[in-house]
Design a binder for this molecule. Structure first.
Ligand SMILES: Nc1ncnc2c1ncn2[C@@H]1O[C@H](COP(=O)(O)OP(=O)(O)O)[C@@H](O)[C@H]1O
Ligand SMILES: [Mg+2]
Length: 384
């Protein structure tokens, strides 16, 4: 969908900001471009909407060479989100969001209806926030308006330059999560720039790690963390990359252990006898539909009645597909030796620290065996 072919940008003072870059972002894919300050990320991005013209090479959007497209028309197909947001201070949030629809001549009512829809999408109630002015919002809320505004004319492509850079770490994680949820729904082709490897890893389907104007590695987050292609990448992703992998490795059903279970309405004595035979000291308690209720200790079941009478509710669970990091967090938070894994409400099994470690190994080994390197030209890496 976005393709760079041997693109170079040299500024008049001789600075080579981007050096023979080849890179392809597939339709509906979110590629993060990560690297230290001054390595050419913003320059790369601004060449896509022709705010900067390349010195050499070509950029294609949906198969068309953008040099042949009128810049104004081009920009209508590209949403652009920047760190400083750049909202108009004297316009309401609703009108700010409707900026592009107004520009391209939509009727006011249609533009405003669309803006309200988008504010809703980014988690801002349009009746509350629509009439406000930008200085009546928090930094995180302004950033959301920036995203809503970029999506207003429903462009197929979104460019985001350090979009969550200006907010504190907690709000930043929230915005990242919301953005991922939104991206699930709208599936834009996104090129997102950040200097933060954690953010790149969390958000990207693939990550391009930038050195000085060059791509050092272009691959999935797991591969970049697991098998850095160059010493530069290894240094950039950091010594704690094993820990970062926790954020990108998903819990799979095959990672789970199957502990003994008991039904809520089962006679306690029968459950106790079964647990005794299995040598188990506790069981996971499920309802008739197989949904998680909680847990019960084997000793408590001796008192008779049904399992329900002795069962405890349990809040330490995570959905299947969640990152291992989330399961680890829940274990620590509840001081538990295991965490239940659910598919919707259905209980699938439990994740233990040993299984968590195994899952982490599985993900490292998979990368070591080599997985797709994507569609990048490695010429620049080989020359370096
Ligand atoms: N207009 C300009 N003229 C000269 N050099 C520039 C200009 N804009 C950026 N640069 C230089 O190009 C390099 C890349 O800048 P930039 O793309 O903004 O990096 P990043 O976004 O990764 O921080 C830097 O060395 C920067 O100083
Ligand atoms: Mg920049």
């Amino acid at each position: 969908m976005i393709r760079f072919e041997q693109v170079t940008k040299r500024y008049p003072d001789g600075t080579t900001a981007v050096d023979d870059l080849s890179l392809e972002v597939d339709e509906g894919e979110l590629v993060t471009l990560v690297g230290p300050s001054g390595c050419g990320k913003t320059t790369t991005m601004m060449m896509v909407n022709r705010l900067i013209e390349p010195t050499a090479g070509r950029i294609f959007l949906g198969g068309k060479d953008i040099a042949t497209v009128d810049p104004v028309r081009l920009r209508r197909r590209i949403g652009y989100v920047i760190q400083q947001v750049g909202l108009f201070p004297h316009r309401t949030v609703l009108d700010n969001t409707a900026t592009v629809p107004y520009l391209i001549g939509w009727k006011k009512t249609r533009a405003r209806a669309r803006a309200a829809e988008l504010l809703d999408l980014v988690g801002l109630d349009p009746t509350t926030y629509g009439p406000r002015y930008p200085d009546q919002l928090s930094g995180g809320q302004r950033q959301r308006v920036g995203v809503a505004r970029a999506l207003a004319a429903d462009p197929p492509v979104l460019l985001m330059d350090e979009p969550f850079g200006a907010v504190d770490p907690v709000v930043r994680e929230q915005l990242q999560d919301e953005f991922l949820r939104m991206q699930e729904a709208v599936r834009k082709t996104v090129l997102l720039v950040t200097h933060d490897i954690e953010e790149a890893v969390r958000l990207g389907d693939r990550i391009a790690v930038y050195g000085q104007g060059r791509i050092e590695q272009f691959d999935t987050p797991g591969a970049v963390l697991g098998t850095p292609a160059t010493p530069y990448v290894a240094e950039f992703v950091g010594a704690d990359r094993g820990l970062k992998r926790l954020s990108v490795t998903e819990i799979q059903p095959s990672d789970l252990e199957q502990p003994p279970t008991a039904r809520l309405d089962e006679p306690a004595g029968r459950a106790a006898a079964r647990l005794h035979r299995e040598g188990a000291r506790w069981a996971v308690v499920l309802d008739a539909e197989g949904s998680l209720h909680g847990w019960v200790g084997a000793d408590a079941l001796g008192a008779g009645g049904v399992v329900r009478d002795h069962a405890h509710r349990m809040n330490s669970w995570v959905p299947v597909g969640a990152p291992l990091k989330q399961a680890f967090g829940v274990m620590l938070q509840h001081d538990a030796g295991w965490v239940a894994v659910l598919d919707g409400a259905r209980f699938l099994g439990v994740l233990t620290p040993a299984k968590l470690h195994e899952a982490l190994r599985r993900s490292v080994d998979a990368d070591a065996r080599g997985i797709s390197r994507g569609q990048v030209s490695f010429d620049s890496v080989a020359d370096a």
